[in-house]
Design a protein around this ligand. Structure first.
Ligand code: SF4
Length: 477
C-alpha cells in the first residue's frame, strides 16, 4: 500500500474534482487531463480518466497526482471525443486502490463510467438494497453504488435511468457519467457541491467542478448546472433536463468560498476571491485589534488578509513563505523532517515580523494541530504579540456530505471554547467570524449549508457515525 505525506496538516480535506467533455475530434482525454490539472487542489491522492470513441470506453486511473498518473503512453490510448475525469481525496486505506475513480462497469445497456464529488448519506441503505438483489459490491465507494443502481434501473436511455434513480439519492453529489455515445452530468437538488458548464471554441462542451478548469480549456458561455439538473453532452449538443425539483432550502457548501475553491472560481454568482476579501473585511469589523501588520497563512487566506487590512487600516504584508512546490509527495519524509511538521511547508520573513504586533489571518481551525506551530513560528521570528483571526466560525460538528472535518472527538471547537483554544495555540487573542457575519460577507441570507458550524444538518444524518472509528466507512468522492 502506498501512503502519502502532506505537510498541510490541519485543513478540512475534501474533496474531489470532476470533469466531463464532449468535443469534436479525438482528444477529449487530453483536454480532460488539462482540466484535471486545474482541479488538482481538490484531491491529490488519485486520478483517472475514462474516454469513449463512440463504441468502447477505455479507462486509466491510479494513485498519485494527475501529473504522476498520466503520461503520453497511457493517455494516447484513451481515444475518442468523450471523456470524464476525476481527481480524488480520500484517506489511505486497504481498499483505496479499488476506490480510485472513474468507476467503469459493463452493463446490459453497454459500458458505463461514473465519477462523482460528494457523499451520499443513505449509502448503507442503498448498498443493502443492492446486496438483497444479488449485486456484488467490490468497493466502499458511492460511485459503485451509483453505477449499479443505474445499471439496474428502468428506462430506455441513461438519462432516463438517472432521472429514475436520482430521487433515491440523499446527500451531496456532483456527478459525471460516460457511456459509449454521450457524457451526462448531474447535480443533487440541494446543490451542495459546485458543477459548472462551458462551451468550447471548437464546439462541444465541458462540465467541471470549478469554473477555473473551464477557463483553462478556453470555454465561454459558462454557467452553473442547477441543483437537480441533468445535462447530456453528445457531439456538439448539450441538452438540459430537470430530473428533480431543486430543494426549497438549498445547501451550498460554505467551505467552497472559505477554503476549497480556487480564488478564480465563480460560484453562486460570487467571485471566490472577492468573497474571501469580504470575509476578511467582516472579520476586521467583528474582531478588531491594535496591531502593526496583518499577515495571511498562504494561500487561501491572502484575499481575507487584504480585506482585514483594508478595513482595519493595519499594513498588509507577507510573513509566511509557502513552499508551493512541495504539494503532496509519495516519498516519506525523514523522521527529523516529519517532526518539523508545518516548517516543511513554510519559512518566515523575519524582517516583516520582528518587533511587531502581528495579526495572523487563517481560514479555519479543525483539529488545532497546525495553529500552535504557526503561532510559535511567528513568535520565533520576533513578533511581540500574535493575534489570530479566522475567516469562519468554530467548526464544532463533522461533515457528512463529502468533507473530512474529523469526528466530534477530534474537532477542537467541539472540545474547547474560544479562550481555551486561544491558550492551546499560544495566541495573545483569537477571533472567529460569526455565522451571521460570514453570510453577510457572502451577501446571502440562506441557501447554504453551515452544518459544521451550527450542527443543523440540511438532511437528517446519523450522528452516531461521527466517531473516529467509523468515520471512514465510506469513501469520499
Ligand atoms: S457541513 Fe460544512 S463542509 Fe460539510 S457541506 Fe456543510 S458547510 Fe460544507
Amino acid at each position: 500500500m502506498t501512503t502519502s505525506f502532506d505537510a498541510e496538516l490541519d485543513r478540512p480535506s475534501e474533496e474531489c474534482g470532476v470533469i466531463g467533455i464532449s468535443t469534436p475530434g479525438d482528444d477529449a482525454a487530453r483536454s480532460a487531463f488539462f482540466g484535471l490539472y486545474a482541479l488538482q487542489h481538490r484531491g491529490q491522492e488519485a486520478a483517472g480518466i475514462a474516454a469513449s470513441d463512440g463504441q468502447v470506453v477505455r479507462l486509466h486511473r491510479d494513485q498519485g497526482l494527475v501529473s504522476q498518473v498520466f503520461e503520453a503512453g497511457n493517455l494516447d490510448p484513451l481515444k475518442g471525443g468523450m471523456a470524464i475525469g476525476h481527481t480524488r481525496y480520500s484517506t489511505t486505506g486497504a481498499n483505496s486502490e479499488r476506490n480510485v475513480q472513474p468507476y467503469v462497469v459493463e452493463t446490459l445497456h453497454g459500458p458505463l463510467g461514473v465519477a462523482h464529488n460528494g457523499n451520499l448519506v443513505n449509502t448503507d441503505q442503498l448498498r443493502s438494497t443492492l446486496l438483497e438483489r444479488g449485486a456484488g459490491l467490490q468497493s466502499s465507494s458511492d460511485s459503485e453504488v451509483i453505477a449499479l443502481m443505474l445499471a439496474a434501473s428502468e428506462g430506455t436511455t441513461w438519462e432516463d435511468r438517472l432521472a429514475t434513480v436520482m430521487p433515491q439519492w440523499q446527500g451531496a453529489f456532483s456527478l459525471v457519467l460516460i457511456c459509449a455515445t454521450k457524457v451526462i452530468a448531474a447535480r443533487d437538488p440541494w446543490g451542495f457541491r459546485p458543477l459548472s458548464m462551458g462551451r468550447l471554441a471548437s464546439g462541444g462542451h465541458v462540465v467541471a467542478s470549478e469554473t477555473g478548469a473551464l477557463q483553462t480549456l478556453g470555454c465561454d458561455q459558462i454557467r452553473e448546472i442547477e441543483p437537480g439538473e441533468i445535462v447530456v453532452l453528445q457531439g456538439q449538443v448539450a441538452r438540459s433536463h430537470r430530473a428533480v425539483e431543486p430543494k426549497e432550502k438549498q445547501a451550498r457548501c460554505t467551505f467552497e468560498h472559505i477554503y476549497f475553491s480556487r480564488p478564480d472560481a465563480v460560484w453562486d454568482g460570487l467571485s471566490v476571491h472577492q468573497a474571501r476579501q469580504r470575509l476578511g473585511e467582516e472579520l476586521a469589523r467583528e474582531h478588531p485589534v491594535d496591531a502593526d501588520v496583518v499577515i495571511p497563512v498562504p494561500d487561501s487566506s491572502m484575499p481575507a488578509a487584504i480585506g482585514y487590512a483594508a478595513v482595519s487600516g493595519i499594513t498588509y504584508n507577507e510573513g509566511f513563505v509557502k513552499n508551493r512546490y512541495i504539494g503532496r509527495t509519495f516519498i516519506e519524509p525523514t523522521d527529523e523532517l516529519r517532526r518539523q511538521g508545518v516548517k516543511l511547508k513554510f519559512n518566515m520573513l523575519k524582517e516583516n515580523i520582528a518587533g511587531k504586533r502581528v495579526v495572523v489571518i487563517d481560514d479555519s481551525i479543525v483539529r488545532g494541530t497546525t495553529s500552535g506551530p504557526l503561532v510559535r513560528m511567528v513568535r520565533e521570528a520576533g513578533a511581540s504579540e500574535v493575534h489570530v483571526r479566522i475567516t469562519c466560525p468554530p467548526i464544532a460538528h463533522p461533515c457528512f456530505f463529502g468533507v473530512d472535518m474529523g469526528s466530534y472527538d477530534e474537532l477542537i471547537a467541539h472540545q474547547l471554547g474560544v479562550p481555551e483554544i486561544s491558550d492551546h495555540i499560544g495566541a495573545d487573542s483569537l477571533g472567529f467570524l460569526s455565522v451571521d457575519r460570514m453570510m453577510k460577507a457572502l451577501g446571502r441570507d440562506d441557501g447554504y449549508c453551515n452544518a459544521c458550524f451550527t450542527g443543523s444538518y440540511p438532511i437528517p444524518v446519523q450522528l452516531s457515525l461521527a466517531t473516529t472509528k467509523q468515520r471512514f466507512d465510506g469513501v469520499l468522492g
